[in-house]
Design a protein. Sequence first.
Length: 173
Amino acid sequence: MRTTIKSIATFLFVATISLSAVAQDTKPAPASPPATATGKVGAATLTINYSSPAVKGRTIWGGLEKYDKVWRAGANKTTTFETDKDITVQGKKLPAGKYNFFLIPKESGTWTAIFNKEVANTNPFNYKEAEDQLRVDVKTKALKENQERLVYKIDNKGFALEWEKVSVPLAVK
């Protein structure tokens, strides 16, 4: 009888320790979780893959994201933009394909949107201007409310990046 009680107690002790150890392996949610925006503009299907950072009380434009510097338009690795049909962005032709998407934020005036052909490069710090397929100027819009997490939205007129108090809308046809 005593052996049975010792065996059960030992089993319960080992099970408790094992479950506690397994529970410690759970990874916390990433600070900038991956996200995807997909939608149609005319006959074209657009897909944007990005990581979604949060404002967290920080100064974003001119602070975390410097003015006049190429920015990956998301977090972690480069943001990608894909279209299955030839389109125009801000009135300029962009062939069907997959591109790295970058922005150059400006303190005033228009921002620059960049579609870069070097999609094998997932490190935004290895950006090469020579690989740009298209650069267009974009007028930003002020958002009425704070957008805590960076998000891309696609509608029948194009797509927009929204973060903090800024929207960067790009017209697509």
